[in-house]
Design a protein around this ligand. Sequence first.
Ligand code: SAM
Length: 215
Amino acid sequence: MIFDILTIFPHILDSYLEDSILGREIKKKTIRVRFHDIRAYSEDGHKKVDGTPYGGGAGMVMTPQPIYDCIKAVKKKNRGAPVIYLSPTGKLFDYKMAKRLSKKKGLILLCGRYEGIDDRIRQLLVDEEISIGEYVLTGGELPAMVIVDAVTRLLPKALGNKESAREDSFTEALDGKKEYPHYTKPRVFKKLEVPEVLLGGNHAKIDAWRKKHLQ
Ligand code: SAM
């Protein structure tokens, strides 16, 4: 799966991708994550990427030309990938959406800044708009990374047996419910004991207990 992330801050997420599971999946080539600097596409002499809003009002708006050219260039390298604009007004991201997106060969993730993008980009080139929650962040980079992370966990080649996403919260295996509580060593911690049934090795009983404790 190829993720192309279009942003004016192409290095803001570097460290997150270097470590842990995402870093490993990049090394394994399960995923590729490429950043594209929207500013590099600006035809403005000062490489400007924002302008004042027509109609007045506070804040700046991202100008269409650099985004348009950037998307057009990236689409050639990631054919068939939908262009997704991260936006607080988009459809709320959830497990089902992550599952659907995990079946694509690639995703093009457009990150806004300032008051957002010139609407003509939405009209011309955006296939989908996704919000990661009903609050407003300063930019679309964290939402893009949320999608990369959630989608990667669902790729068949990602995660080992130990980290399997198959029985995570919201999955079909758990009937869309949130998962049961987990315990590990020690058996007693701050006077709280691990439930007896989990210590016995009776898998039918353990399964029944876990089913009962789905949240
Ligand atoms: N003026 C916009 C509004 O009121 O809806 C907010 C713009 S926000 C400051 C700048 C950028 O951050 C947006 O263009 C979008 O890419 C991103 N963003 C902010 N909150 C988001 C969210 N909840 N989900 C997805 N993207 C978000």
